[in-house]
Design a protein around this ligand. Structure first.
Ligand SMILES: [Zn+2]
Ligand SMILES: [Zn+2]
Length: 183
């Protein structure tokens, strides 16, 4: 969905900007040329940011030997007895141990204390560091790592709208003058 939204918006805004500046009667004004360069730059930034949001590092805590062990005894007992872990709450680590801050009983990983705000996302079913919110449009967690891309994508949407609007305005500002001069 994120790809569709960004892709369609980019296509519309680029088409509008190019359309009004390259129209049959609209002479390519300087402002129009700048608008075309701007709109392509904005579209590129938006697409690159979207790609990073979808495929880049989103702060997911990976399952490694370090993050998985030691398994807390409560969890180990339940797993050995083939019991569900659903009723268990996250288990705090030993005091003063920064690397074993708390244990997520759904991902079965230790979350470090110095990793910023750690959160288990119920949509992604993963623990992430530096959590801000889960974005429904992109279907990804927005965390400290990809926040610049998230802001850039939204920023480029507004910048693109303004650029397209300016291009439309600059072309309509040129046309009536031509008409008025002829009459
Ligand atoms: Zn988790
Ligand atoms: Zn998420």
């Amino acid at each position: 969905m994120g790809i569709c939204v960004v892709g369609v918006l980019c296509a519309i805004l680029v088409a509008v900007t190019q359309g009004v500046t390259n129209g049959p009667d609209a002479e390519a004004t300087q402002l129009g040329q700048i608008a075309v360069i701007l709109i392509w730059a904005e579209a590129s930034i938006a697409i690159l940011s979207t790609l990073y949001l979808l495929f880049g590092d989103a702060g997911v805590i990976k399952r490694t030997e370090e993050s998985c062990y030691p398994i807390p005894s409560e969890v180990e007992q339940r797993i050995r007895a083939l019991q569900s872990l659903d009723s268990l709450k996250n288990i705090p680590g030993p005091q003063g141990d920064i690397r074993h801050g708390s244990y997520c009983v759904r991902c079965l990983v230790w979350r470090s204390k110095d990793a910023g705000k750690v959160h288990h996302c119920n949509v992604c079913q993963r623990c992430v560091t530096g959590f801000d919110h889960h974005c429904g449009v992109f279907g990804r967690c927005i965390v400290r790592n990809n926040m610049p891309c998230f802001l850039a994508t939204i920023g480029m949407m507004f910048a693109g709208m303004i650029t397209a609007m300016l291009a439309v305005m600059s072309s309509t500002a040129v046309n009536p003058q031509q008409g008025g001069g002829g009459g």
